[in-house]
Design a binder for this molecule. Sequence first.
Ligand code: HEM
Length: 490
Amino acid sequence: MQGLLLHGYKEMNSAGFLFLKIQDARRCGQWLRELLPALTTAATRPREEVHQQESCLNLALTWEGLKALGLERAALETFPFEFRKGMSERARVLGDTGSSAPEHWEFGGTQRDGRSQRELHLLLVIYGRDEETLNALLAQHRARFAAAGLEEIYCQRTRHLKEQTELAGRPYTFLREHFGFRDSLSQPSIEGFRDAAGAPPSYDPAPLKAGEFILGYENEYGERPPSPSVSASQDPAGWLGESWEEEGRKDLGRHGTYLVLRKLQQDVSAFNDFVEQHRALAARHTPDPEKQAEWLKSRMIGRWPDGAPLKPGEAEQPAQPPVTEHGISNAFDFRADPHGFGCPLTSHTRRANPRDSLPPERALSLMISRRHRILRRGIPYGPRYDADREGQERGLVFVSLNANIARQFEFIQQSWMNNEKAGGLYDERDPVTSSVESGRLTLPERPLRLCLTGLQHFVTMKGGGYFFLPSVRALHFLAELAPQPPSQPA
Ligand code: HEM
């Protein structure tokens, strides 16, 4: 299994996301065979080793990429519908409209500049412990593209906004995103997977079934997720195991998963200005203008900037969020806040994961939430926000891993984040990420609720795609698809 960011995600400071087009399947196959030994796998390693690793490398393919590499038609048809369509064709489902529509994307969209979804074949993810390591690795890989029949379509460099601290006497790293919030705090734990860094306690202590994130394993429905397959005759070398779905076929998906990538530009000035203009809404909670702004921002996101959960009646961020040696505790639910007096029902995080608060009752809500979790591996791009040096672009390369794009990532985006009637309200969408102008956010308060109106477009979709992250064995199989060059006489 490829270990995309499972281990060592926080240890790496910089990453390059290289989007490539296959021009020659035969030469690309050769390149792939040579690349395979360098790929980072998910093999469990001791914490010390993870802390010391200098780089990570992973490779994923779009449906167009599998086609360009020569995968037979019948096998291509075994991939799920939304993956075959690709992200840009799912724009309506995802709410990518207006300036976030695929015709404006920088890559992977419907634009006619050679970087559209059809030209996006491979995604090479290169992580480096620091900028120098990343630069060297990028140069090394780029030097081989021409001979490998590969064209670089787009490259997005990213860099963690890190915060080093100490928890229980051990060094600990927090990650921030550009609006100023600690990110990557709520992550699912996965059955059978030992997180080298240890996971903080969660509101839902039972780990999720591995089949929510890895093909070939049982999922939260007690079933194995559908898996792409090839006819047995296509795999004479025997790289793939038998398909469990159909006799005479081999399982191409086992130990693989799907990767969703979205480049999301963040307009931090607009976000801050908007909050500044509306902070008086918080005046009844605190007289301090800075704290008012912090209060309002936090209602939009659904957590305090340092990661503490929002509780009813709390006017200020607690001095210290609830921490354990493994990070900020994620062991909170909404039992004590059913109406959203603390964390608004339609804030970003409560929409993205309602935890125990969906009607009609708690246990059912927890079960539903378990079926729509994603493993988030986003990394910011662009410089830290500095009001005096504006005009620079920044944002988040949002990466989500899941075994079922439609049921996990797309469901969250469509049925929770962009649901206009979420929480029994009307005409509201995610207050942070929605691409609809003039949105609003209801802030439940006693005796009367408040309404934050005129929300702007703070996040713009700039490009992305749906990728298949195959197992290492499946990559061996794919590398051998194209006819081999004739061997040279000695
Ligand atoms: C620029 C865009 C985005 C920003 C700035 C952002 C920011 C945040 C922040 C600050 C948190 C709280 C930290 C945490 O719980 O880990 C969070 C949580 C979360 N976000 Fe986002 N996010 C963005 C886009 C998205 C998108 C596109 C999705 C999925 C479709 C998403 C899904 C989630 C989920 C599932 C959580 C965890 C909620 C929980 O379990 O409590 N986010 N986000």
